[in-house]
Design a binder for this molecule. Structure first.
Ligand SMILES: [Zn+2]
Length: 300
């Protein structure tokens, strides 16, 4: 369990024990916070004979084996969640629990529900059935019908603070981690760690490339070629780099022309970003424009 969930988790589990948990829970999660871990732990606690995810009872072991008959996790093989899947949920709600305990339905990413699916789910939420819990989650709160929101208890899951993120990262990787690196992954320590362990190109490598570019050790063309598989990320990071460099320049009383140069790089990134959506666009050429400007820039 991630440390930033511990408090929420123990509160929720405490409410299972005192039978005070709402039958419809809606987790409104920040992207990259890792909400699925918390949701699965809560679901396990709900079907645990000891009501605390003891990992020793029949309920827990069936849950771990993903074969608990009273747990249903809705998974869509399409980008959207259709009404057919939600109808199955409604049928499941009306059945009697096979293990005489709670029944749990988990639906991740409910913003992907079609309108018909949302309306069908709404009916299920309006007619709660005893010992049945619906656990819903989304990272796109705006994509959820207000009527669904109003029938659920909403639990917000925010990204941990920079301090807590870096502490957690330090105990999970031997790689160097920084606040700047965390920011490059939109403040998600999980995404940051993933990038470091995947050995895929990560933010630190990006910054190294920029340094080499400015020292004329590599050319804009080859950096663009390297990053063209991740154009959106590269533009985002180039933008972030320009902002951080701008701050550095301000602190060092750099000339106005230096500041202008950096502002131009940031503006170029913003201007090029929507172009990535266009059909047939050459990502390498787009990135090359940015990297060329960066290579012309001399840090103070
Ligand atoms: Zn148990």
């Amino acid at each position: 369990m991630y440390p930033w969930f511990k408090q929420t988790y123990s509160q929720l589990v405490g409410r299972i024990a005192s039978s005070q948990l709402h039958h419809g829970l809606l987790f409104l999660a920040d992207d990259g916070v890792g909400e699925q871990t918390l949701i699965l732990a809560l679901a396990k606690a709900l079907v645990c004979e000891n009501k605390n995810a003891c990992n020793a009872c029949k309920g827990c072991s069936l849950f771990e084996a993903q074969s608990h008959p009273d747990v249903q996790i809705v998974v869509s093989d399409k980008p959207s969640i259709g009404v057919d899947l939600i109808r199955k949920v409604s049928e499941f709600v009306t059945t009697t629990a096979q293990l005489m305990g709670n029944k749990v339905i988990i639906i991740h990413g409910i913003d992907a529900m079609t309108e018909a699916a949302s309306n069908s789910l709404l009916k299920t939420l309006e007619e709660p059935s005893r010992n049945t819990f619906l656990i819903l989650s989304t990272t796109q709160a705006n994509g959820v019908l207000p009527t669904i929101k109003s029938r659920c208890e909403k639990i917000r899951l925010h990204l941990p603070s920079e301090k807590q993120s870096l502490e957690w990262l330090s105990s999970n990787t031997s790689e160097t981690v920084t606040g700047e690196g965390l920011h490059a992954y939109s403040g998600s320590p999980i995404k940051y760690l993933q990038a470091l362990t995947d050995k895929a190109a990560n933010y630190h490598e990006f910054v190294d490339d920029i340094v080499q570019l400015q020292e004329n050790k590599i050319f804009a063309e080859s950096v663009a070629k390297k990053w063209k598989a991740e154009p959106a990320l590269a533009l985002k990071w180039a933008y972030q780099w320009s902002i951080l460099e701008y701050k550095k320049c301000l602190e060092q009383d750099a000339s106005l022309s230096k500041l202008n140069e950096l502002q131009n790089i940031g503006d170029l990134c913003s201007k090029l970003k929507p172009k990535l959506e266009q059909a047939g666009i050459n990502f390498q050429l787009i990135l090359q424009r940015v990297f060329t400007q960066i290579s012309d820039f001399r840090s103070v």
